[in-house]
Design a protein around this ligand. Structure first.
Ligand SMILES: Nc1ncnc2c1ncn2[C@@H]1O[C@H](COP(=O)(O)OP(=O)(O)OP(=O)(O)O)[C@@H](O)[C@H]1O
Ligand code: SF4
Ligand SMILES: [Mg+2]
Length: 329
């Protein structure tokens, strides 16, 4: 299986300044030593509470933010060291859809102009670009009459279809979908998800799909990475993660997700206590220990390594193997 995207030991620490005249510098450990690879053709999901670093990963891949350390490869191209031109060419092979469609549509120009913009930047002749915009609008089921409107004249679902059209207009191989449906009504969410599935099949797209909505992630993703406070704590194929989560944090997420999985009912309940701690001063040892009911002394002092428990099922917890989390099949 060919890896299209490879992150190796990636760290992103944002600097924030506070105190008198902003003299005090603190670091937000948004992404901390994350390694993962996304295989061509798959839908790779990332889940985790707010602030766990999901969007930061999404922004690191096209180098919308620079990493603090580590390496990012896209189709073998070293994104962190790519020259301006190499980076531009690599970015043309990626599309990005954010939660808020307004962020990718210019409010001052028509929807057609917004979708056409990446084609102009890529130097496509105007006539060809206009044809391509109409073609792509049809693909995402946007009526041509919508193309001449301004973003505020569109419904939320239409706006998101327009953002998807803009993201795929350069015929990318890889599309980053950061909470693409969370701002939409439930009835519209399903239509947009089905559209994404349809586009993936037609164009053999590889997706990075970020969401809080676990049922949606389960429906769409082939593999899922679970993040907690900037750390990758578990990675597994979707079926395996839902059947046999190994990490207490994954179990907590699955138990909190509506509707409760019937298979989870007989399992020992594990609910996280309290809010996530500060990212400027993350806990020593396992970052989950202040909230984990299974924590032992070792968890407070030693950071657990991410280990492979078979067939690429990775997890980082000291107590896998000696805990009875009720995972027995
Ligand atoms: N430009 C920035 N400067 C400082 N801190 C930042 C910046 N961007 C993100 N952060 C911080 O990094 C952490 C991770 O943020 P990120 O947006 O990646 O989380 P997330 O998992 O996408 O959360 P959500 O589910 O709310 O979208 C947060 O604490 C956030 O405040
Ligand atoms: S390492 Fe310890 S604190 Fe961390 S998840 Fe495992 S049991 Fe809980
Ligand atoms: Mg986010």
């Amino acid at each position: 299986m060919e890896a299209l995207v490879e992150l190796e030991r990636v760290k992103k620490h944002f600097v924030i300044r506070d105190g008198i005249l902003g003299r005090r510098r603190r670091f937000v450990h948004a992404v901390d030593d994350v390694s993962l690879s996304i295989v061509r053709g798959e839908t790779f999901g990332i889940v985790g509470e707010s602030g766990s670093g999901k969007t930061t990963i999404a922004r690191i891949i096209p180098r919308l933010v620079n990493v603090t350390s580590g390496s990012v490869k896209f189709s073998g191209i070293d994104i962190c060291r790519a020259s301006g031109r190499e980076l531009m060419l690599a970015r043309r092979r990626m599309g990005i859809v954010f939660q808020d469609p307004a962020s990718s549509l210019n409010p001052r120009v028509t929807v057609a102009a917004s979708i056409q913009r990446p084609l102009q930047l890529a130097g496509l002749p105007a006539k060809e670009a206009r044809d391509r915009v109409r073609e792509v609008a049809e693909l995402v089921n946007l009526g041509t009459e919508v193309l001449d409107k301004f973003p505020h004249e569109l419904s939320g679902g239409q706006q998101q279809r327009a953002s998807i059209a803009r993201a795929i207009v350069l015929r990318p191989e890889f599309v980053i979908l950061d909470e693409p449906t969370s701002a939409l009504d439930v009835s519209v969410q399903a239509q947009v998800l089905n559209l994404l599935l349809d586009l993936q099949q037609r164009f053999s797209l590889t997706y990075l799909f970020i969401s809080h909505n676990l049922p949606v992630v389960r429906y769409l993703c082939d593999r899922i990475a679970v993040m907690y406070l900037g750390k990758l704590v578990e990675l597994a194929s979707t079926g395996v993660l839902y059947r046999e989560p190994l990490h207490p944090y994954s179990l907590a997420l699955l138990m909190a997700a509506p509707p409760p999985d019937p298979k989870m009912r007989n399992r020992r309940r594990f609910i996280l206590t309290g809010d996530p701690p500060s990212l400027t001063n993350p806990p020593q040892g396992c970052r989950l220990h202040p909230r984990c009911q299974f924590a032992v002394e070792r968890c407070r002092v030693e950071e657990p390594e991410l280990r492979d428990y078979g067939s690429g099922h990775l997890a980082a917890c000291h107590r896998i193997g000696d805990l009875d989390l009720g995972f027995a099949m």
